[in-house]
Design a protein around this ligand. Structure first.
Ligand code: ISE
Length: 335
């Protein structure tokens, strides 16, 4: 039985605590940690009054913790991840790996120095049924080579803490990670951010929507519409235009209702619900891999290259120009 400690007891931390305690096979949560004592106590009470810490170093050192889950806000991921690597304990971190490429590189260097593959990054779309169906269709070769990808990442609305940069580092980071994987191992070459006319629904100072144009090293052109105040729901789309066919990400299945002279079907309300099954598959896969002594999903190198691409897009938000993505090549350790 894998004994898991969770660092970060906010919304996603509590979601994963319940998931790991009551749904995922082969593990149990033995400790939780948060700098806000009330959050940690509330999380503990939800899953059977497990041990409570306010210092992640102590949780990581606990002999009753075999593996660590990091669900703090992204800018606070580095500390607990490095502590887990130092302790030689497997660590699953929610996305992004961290919010800057420099911090990600510190984690990559520490993991390589440890000689063990310990880090998995929680890009759950790689576990989504629909994305895997699209990936299988592309890799079948039946439709020829992918040429263009058009994505929408729409959300009903965000609060005032959401920033123009977060559209890249916290939202589009999902497409930045999943698309190279979806397209069969592509790498990003360059990216540019365009600002359309701002929506009246955006709070003061937020540029919304944003259009992110990227190109892969093989020449595939990708457009991502990030639109976080669309008001009509959480609407994720991905259309892959190939040489002899177009492949669309399936929409979540809802009933089609005919009533009052209308035909309608629902749109998911938020990201927790849209990918709720993917989180289950992802965390079960993580526990299974850890119990076998291996890793799956997105590696620390995937997290680093996603952060490098995000840095280039954030730079383009300021310059308005096309910015290059320079990764320096994949280390042998991650091949
Ligand atoms: C959130 O953290 C997620 O991961 C969602 O998938 C994304 O749509 C949202 O913008 C992020 O804040």
């Amino acid at each position: 039985m894998l004994k898991v400690g969770i660092v970060g007891c906010g919304m996603i931390g509590k979601e994963h605590a319940k998931r790991l305690q009551y749904k995922i096979r082969g593990c149990e949560v033995t400790a939780v940690c948060d700098v806000f004592e009330e959050s940690a106590k509330a999380a503990s009470a939800m899953i059977g009054d497990v041990k409570v810490y306010s210092d992640y170093e102590q949780l990581v050192a606990d002999a009753d913790v075999d593996a660590v889950v990091v669900t703090t806000p992204g800018q606070f991921h580095k500390g607990p991840i490095l502590a887990a690597i130092k302790a030689g304990k497997p660590v699953f971190t929610e996305k992004p790996l961290t919010t800057t490429a420099a911090d990600c590189k510190e984690i990559v260097d520490a993991e390589i120095a440890s000689g063990k593959h310990l880090v998995q990054v929680g890009f759950m779309r790689r576990y989504d049924r629909g994305y895997n169906q699209v990936r299988e269709a592309i890799s079948s070769g039946k439709y020829g080579a992918p040429l263009i990808v058009k994505c929408t990442h729409r959300a009903e609305g965000v609060d005032d803490s959401y920033t123009t940069e977060m559209a890249v580092t916290d939202t589009a980071i999902h497409e930045i990670d999943v698309l190279p994987w979806l397209l069969g191992g592509e790498e990003w070459e360059e990216g540019q951010v365009l600002f359309p006319k701002n929506t009246k629904n955006a709070h003061e100072g937020l540029r919304d929507p944003q259009v992110m144009m990227l190109r892969t090293k093989s020449g595939i052109v990708v457009m991502i519409e990030v639109n976080v105040n669309c008001k009509f729901g959480y609407d994720i789309n991905c259309e892959v235009v190939c040489e002899e066919g177009v492949i669309n990400l399936p929409c979540p299945s809802f009933p089609t209702i005919r009533s009052n002279f209308e035909v309608s079907t629902a749109i998911e309300k938020n990201w927790i619900l849209r990918f709720i099954d993917s989180y289950d598959v992802e965390l079960q896969d993580w526990v299974d891999h850890v119990l076998e002594g291996t890793t799956g999903g997105s590696s620390a190198w995937d997290g680093y290259t996603a952060a490098l691409t995000a840095d280039a897009l954030v730079a383009s938000q300021k310059s308005g120009k096309v910015e290059k993505v320079v990764t320096g090549g994949t280390p042998e350790f991650y091949k």
